[in-house]
Design a protein around this ligand. Sequence first.
Ligand SMILES: NC(=O)c1ccc[n+]([C@@H]2O[C@H](COP(=O)([O-])OP(=O)(O)OC[C@H]3O[C@@H](n4cnc5c(N)ncnc54)[C@H](O)[C@@H]3O)[C@@H](O)[C@H]2O)c1
Length: 407
Amino acid sequence: MPLALPNAISAALDSRADAPYFEVTWSDTDTEARGYLVIDRMVRGLCSGGLRMRAGCGLTEVRGLARGMTLKEAIHFEPGARYVPLGGAKGGIDFDPYHPGAEGVLFRYLAAMRPLIEQRWTMGEDFGVRQEAVDRAIRHVGLSASVQAAYRVVPDLDASRARMSTAFGTVVDGVALDELVGGYGVALAALAALRHTGASPEASTAFVQGFGSMGGATARYLVHAGVRVVGIADVHGVVANPAGLDVERLLRTRTPGGELDRTQLRAEDTTLPGEAWLTVPADVLVPAAASYGIDAGNHDRVAASVIVEAANMPVTPDAERALHARDVVISPDFLANSATNAWWWWVLFGDIDGTAAASFAKISERITALSEQMFEHSRRHGVSPRTAAFALASEHLEEISRRYPAL
Ligand SMILES: NC(=O)c1ccc[n+]([C@@H]2O[C@H](COP(=O)([O-])OP(=O)(O)OC[C@H]3O[C@@H](n4cnc5c(N)ncnc54)[C@H](O)[C@@H]3O)[C@@H](O)[C@H]2O)c1
């Protein structure tokens, strides 16, 4: 029985193959917060996946995200590379990340998960959680790094640490490299999708929902490629300009949590309510905020002909079927937004040296090649790009299972 796709995982697991390897629920001692950790698969006793915080985050969502991580790891399998993909996992906390008590909740959750982070679960930031806060919490509970479980399979730890310190100490035009790599990959996935539809970047426009790590960097690199970014949404609403927004200025002045500074808008920019994010005319729509934003109730309002999933699981399966039927091309999360995760491992295991130049070159080469393989498979077999990418990842997953033990 094949695995269910991440966005199709339901509360009642459909098959044994869909059952995660491990899952736990945590209840905070000081607030009403609940947290989850789902390990979908292990490879060599290791799994990888970030931690998100949002009010309403539930176990089904975290299961889907953990499955997505399994696919995101597997799709980057390259025989002969130093990085051997890990299993997939995800943490989720049901709590408002803007609440003043959010950091305390994060610290207590990570203290509870300490033994797993020490030995099995390599983790980092995700929606609503900042890597800087994760790093402080990790030191607070007496660990050295949020990815330290992987250290036992790293051949030369000192060299590895030196590369990581280069990577995490690099800032490119005012933004830290680790906050850029994911969105850089999304922008490349968008360019590949535009090529697939026969459109040129210079003649195309984009709307980005979310202006944090992923959305901010995606917007920057779409602009670099010649695409006009005509709208951006954050948690407070939409800013738009059909002639293009000044993305660099908005990047320089956003808050660390990705909130736009509306005092920086120019006279010709407009503000719109949040629900306008689907309908502002743009060729490319990049959901880079929460999951499940495009569903059965609103897919008919999507104005774009290309959707590139910077967020995890932003499109529900029923919405995707309807969008596919009207030829909207969707580049799926486990390929389009996979660069952050793969980049950590390319640096840690030594496939790249951690400099900005090597990082951008590797991401460009891999995301472009994988996107092209996906679109080629999709054309040849008449299936959606997600089904095509899933076939690619599943093939790699089988090869990984043959070569490496789970534990
Ligand atoms: N950070 C990563 O490395 C990474 C990697 C792969 C995938 N992702 C996925 O990308 C998405 C965004 O992650 P991030 O790390 O950029 O998050 P972030 O916390 O840095 O930023 C989130 C952004 O979304 C905005 N936002 C929140 N609620 C919104 C709403 N209802 N409407 C519009 N905007 C809203 C916030 O204002 C902020 O601009 C998540 O789905 C995450 O799982 C993140």
